[in-house]
Design a protein around this ligand. Sequence first.
Ligand code: NAP
Length: 400
Amino acid sequence: MAPPKTVRWGILATGGIAQTFTKDLLVDPKTRGVENIKHTVVAAASSSSRPRAEQFLKDVGAPSDAKAYGSYEDLVKDSDIDIIYVATPHSHHYQNAMLCLENGKNVLCEKAFTVNAAQAQALADKAKEQNLFLMEAVWTRYFPLSIYVRDLITSGRIGPVARVLSDNSMALNPEESFSDGKHRMVNPDLAGGALLDLGIYSLTWVFQTLYLTQPEDSRKPPKVLAAMKGYAATGAADEMTTIVLSFPRSAEAGGDAHAVATTSLRVATTPGGNGDAPGIRIQGPKGEIQVFPPAFRPTHTKLILSDGTVEEKHFAQPGPGKGSGWKNGFGGGSNAEGEGHGMFWEADEAATAFVDGRKEGKYESLAESILIMGVMDEARRQGGLKYPEHIETTKYPVQL
Ligand SMILES: NC(=O)c1ccc[n+]([C@@H]2O[C@H](COP(=O)([O-])OP(=O)(O)OC[C@H]3O[C@@H](n4cnc5c(N)ncnc54)[C@H](OP(=O)(O)O)[C@@H]3O)[C@@H](O)[C@H]2O)c1
């Protein structure tokens, strides 16, 4: 077997998810059976200061020769970088990803990809023009659990999917958790609200079960009906959004299919982090597939068929293992010792695509990312939610 190719990453921003991602990235891919590539971190940049980037590199255990930059503009000029991971708030993704692409860098960009579909389209156009790799970092799509669920669907175990109910909600008590209104969850200047931050996962489950599983030439955009409740404390942000989608399908493929995608900052899919009720139900005439919360990092599924068959599965999050002393997690939470967070699978896909010369992710094309951004645009249009012009614009560069 050929030796693994090493892919050199640059990390743009040093916040919560940048830490989690980079720690996962540095776990030996062999621990999850990946032999074709290896990852290394060659640089990180903070927009606030160089010492912050230095501290970040120390905290995540990056190689000692990794470079720390005090601006994103310096990072994108580093010729040692193969791919840049963009981990700023979604309000900034368009400007930051465009900066990378303009400077000839491949990009893995956090969700939500951009603020709107026009920005997503402009990034895709720029990547094509520059012949660069670009992918939205919807990590859940690359989980073995998601691949298993999609395989269950295409193998016909539940028959043609007729309906999907999909929720990603967290009782965050926004007035208390985000009392100054500045947090990206509620701040209009950071494209705050439930839809772009959490609802993207509800839509991810809808699209990867009702759209991606269709033969490519028969996938059609859904009709969209949305209700949105604003978050009173900061005005232009949603605290709850509900989207009804109708996917056109031929009679032979099962006819039209429906989905309900829901998200809320105030109620939880299952209260207290208790994952005992399925947040996602994928229903067909022969049974249903249940996926248990959280929608973004699920580890538990149940297949229930009308003939009484029940197949339950628990998926591991591999990592360096017990006794390694290594821990990862997000937002103050900690996984068990040696257990990965699960962000390495998307990184493996981005690195493999880079090595193979592919320009898009395998399980979510840029066209699908743009389509989903368009669904969120339509939900916001129906709900009357518009963000400030400087973060909705496709103009570049704009100082944010
Ligand atoms: N995949 C997942 O599971 C997951 C989980 C959480 C978040 N996310 C996504 O990741 C992105 C970042 O979320 P996060 O939780 O990491 O946020 P965060 O902790 O607030 O970090 C964001 C970082 O972006 C940089 N930044 C640049 N301009 C900023 C500004 N005006 N305001 C705030 N930060 C700014 C800062 O880093 P520097 O000062 O170093 O430049 C900051 O540390 C969001 O798009 C979010 O949706 C994904």
